[in-house]
Write a protein that binds this ligand. Structure first.
Ligand code: 13P
Ligand code: SF4
Length: 327
């Protein structure tokens, strides 16, 4: 029996014993996706976390995702196998200038390297635009969600903004997703200045190069890419939106403008089609931290427990529930 087989067996046995469910984001390592009960995009995983029947959720993704699961299902134990798996973009917006995240992740160290804008906070932007609702991407910390009117994901952002009865909307934290929303709505979008370092590194020149190399391929792009890339794409959608599109499309070649972890699901579901990464270095190091070993360790030691203080959880849940009600 190989090491991977025995790891698999141990994980499956413990999962059964502890009535645990493994959720994995579409960017996780291939072997982690394979051991998961459900894979999906942020919206799908939030929905599953809010409805699933189990005692423990092992969330293979980054911290804001596990936090959302705990906000939606506080009665369950939510485990994040790698405590340092964070999303640098989520850390680009804070409520009051203090890193609220430290309250929820004992031992958490800020590793993203970004603090942008340096001293401007969510409270500051709300003060600048009184009465304007705040639409918050799920890639944010719980305390930011708690200060927001409604959440969105890349799968539903335009629909969420359209659901609001105001002409102006504040969108945080991703400037690229905000630009995409602005292009698809009549409403005025007041955007924060954050970005995903994995998607924002791609340029129009990269899109041109990939097109030249694969002239028959359909170019798919995630809305976290810059507008100059989105404008050159055939279809802009979330990670699971890309999985659906590739399956339903008659095309046989695709250029994939998102984190390369999605290539695994795309190839698995479409063995007769060909997929090329838009750039080979579209790799999120935080998404890759989780391994089969860390999943096993999480189940054995019941670490790292993600729990959000009630005074934050309740208003954060309101913003997430409002989103889930719209879509
Ligand atoms: P999706 O919701 O499209 O899966 O995206 C999540 C994410 O982190 C993108 O970088
Ligand atoms: Fe955050 Fe980007 Fe990684 Fe997604 S890919 S978790 S947005 S850093």
């Amino acid at each position: 029996m190989s090491d991977t087989d025995s790891l698999h067996e141990k994980i499956l046995r413990l999962k059964e014993e502890k009535n645990a469910i493994i959720l994995a984001h579409n960017y996780q390592r291939d072997e982690v996706q394979d051991i998961a009960d459900h894979t999906g995009d942020s919206l799908e995983l939030s929905r599953i976390a809010s409805n699933i029947d189990c005692d423990i959720i092992v969330f293979c993704g980054v911290n804001f995702m596990a936090e959302s699961a705990s906000i939606l299902s506080p009665e369950k134990m939510v485990l994040l196998p790698e405590v340092k798996a964070c999303c640098p973009m989520a850390d680009m917006v804070t409520v009051s200038g203090d890193r609220g995240i430290k309250n929820y992740f004992p031992g958490y160290e800020y590793t993203g390297g970004y603090r942008y804008p340096a001293d401007f906070t969510l409270k500051d932007i709300k003060k600048l635009h009184p009465g304007v609702p705040v639409v918050t991407y799920v890639n944010t910390t719980a305390d930011v969600k708690a200060e927001s009117d409604i959440c969105c994901t890349s799968a539903n952002a335009v629909k969420i903004v359209e659901s609001l009865d105001t002409d102006r909307v504040i969108c945080i934290p991703d400037k690229n997703l905000s630009a995409w929303i602005a292009k698809n709505t009549e409403k005025e979008i007041i955007a924060w200045d954050g970005f995903c370092h994995v998607h924002d590194r791609v340029s129009a020149a990269d899109a041109d190069k990939a097109r030249a190399e694969h002239p028959n391929a359909v170019l798919l792009a995630h809305p976290e890419c810059r507008m100059e890339v989105l404008e050159k794409s055939d279809h802009v959608t979330s990670t699971s939106g890309m999985l659906r599109y590739a399956k339903e499309s008659d095309a046989t070649e695709f250029i994939v403008g998102t984190e390369t972890g999605l290539m695994y699901g795309l190839k698995k579901e479409n063995p007769d089609k060909v997929f090329y990464p838009l750039r080979k270095d579209m790799v999120c190091p935080n998404m890759k931290k989780t391994s089969l070993q860390s999943v096993l360790h999480a189940l054995e030691s019941e670490t790292y427990k993600i729990k959000v203080a009630e005074e934050i959880r309740v208003p954060a849940k309101r913003a997430l529930d409002r989103m889930l009600d719209v879509t």
